[in-house]
Write a protein that binds this ligand. Sequence first.
Ligand SMILES: *Cc1c(COP(=O)(O)O)cnc(C)c1O
Length: 448
Amino acid sequence: MTIATPTRPALALQGGTPQRRVPFPLRRTMGEAEKRAVMEVMDSDNLSTFFGSPGAQWLGGPKVRAFERKWADIYGFRHAISVNSWTTGLQTAVGAVGIGPGDEVIVSPYTMSASATAILFYGGIPVFADVDPTTFNLSAETIAPRITARTKAIMVVHIFGQAADMDPIMALARRHGLKVIEDAAQAPGVHYKGRPVGAIGDVGGFSLNYHKHIHTGEGGMLVTNDDRVAQRCQMIRNHAENLVEALQVEDLDNMIGSNYRLTELQAAIGIAQLDRLDDLVAHRQRLARHFGEQLAGLPGLTPAPEVPGAGHAYYVYPMTYDASVTGVPRARFIEAVNAELPKADHWDQVGLSGGYVRPLYLSPVYQRRVALGSQGFPWNQNPGIDYDYTKGICPAVERLHEHTLLLTPLIREPMTLSDVDDLAAAIRKVMSHLDDLRQPDAATANAA
Ligand SMILES: *Cc1c(COP(=O)(O)O)cnc(C)c1O
């Protein structure tokens, strides 16, 4: 039996002193600028001036238009179109590029569920392609084998804030006449080879829900450089069926609309939030780089990669963990690291976690192949074609789901470099005690 020496303090999990006890700071997202903006709208009594019919108001009121113009101008998009969530924004994009029943759309299974369900809402069939294990994103290599005569589009997700390698994807898409939609919910303000992500493809955009870099409570922003796609998005957002005649629209495919309109209050908040975005992203990049430097060289742990030319907004900081190197199961490692950190009383303080989502194709909608109604729609649109959603179709994603470690709030503002030092120290401490974690009985006996 060995006794822990003073130079090697015991793990908190095994009775030692935690690396840090002071709680991590809580995020504050709303400041004076947002409050003033809201009060100005309240004083105007103009909470939304959208009308779902032809006339000056079908594109919304002054704050909605100003928010869209400001977003487009800052990042150099031709058009920005606000929506009441990014889930409805994705649906709008799918409708705008003309997806219909039976059309196949290639998508990553390692994303928020809405990237794929948006396809189903128009009767499209999600075909899942594997991801590149370094960037966690779809690549031209993983997409190519999934293309068939029925493929109409590719839904690229810039997951965790990491820009996907768009040039080869766009070249592949153009060669096959495919539309490209970018789900950049987690990557606002990110550039790929000097171009802002979101509208490198035909259309894309960003989420403005409370957890994203900047937010309007709920909301989203579509971006595109294509005038026709922009108008179709604007119409789907706001009762297209009432507008097509007055606007003399000839392509009537998918030209029924909904009400996905943002309010003036939200748009006013968004205008103020937009001033913060670049600084928030830059701050997260500093934290992430600092963190990555401190973790370099630890066996079994690979920090998030820095991909030349492809920016990262660090919505989430991903690492891969190899239990066959450390000899400690991932769940045990996570437990040991989190025991070194102050207890999380709030979502903003949650420590290390595992996984990200289960590969989407394993959820019931794909296993049952019924999305709308009870007759197998939309899969029944292509009789005789067997869409495979069994475990094993995307091996890289399945491995990542089991080997990824994620840091979410702790790599964001208002965390500082010194907070990140504590985080890295906690991980290094656990890494220096792997022996104790491999032999839980002996370690517990030592601590006692
Ligand atoms: C947040 C998110 C969405 C959905 O956005 P909402 O605004 O919450 O509807 C879609 N895709 C990804 C990748 C997201 O992170």
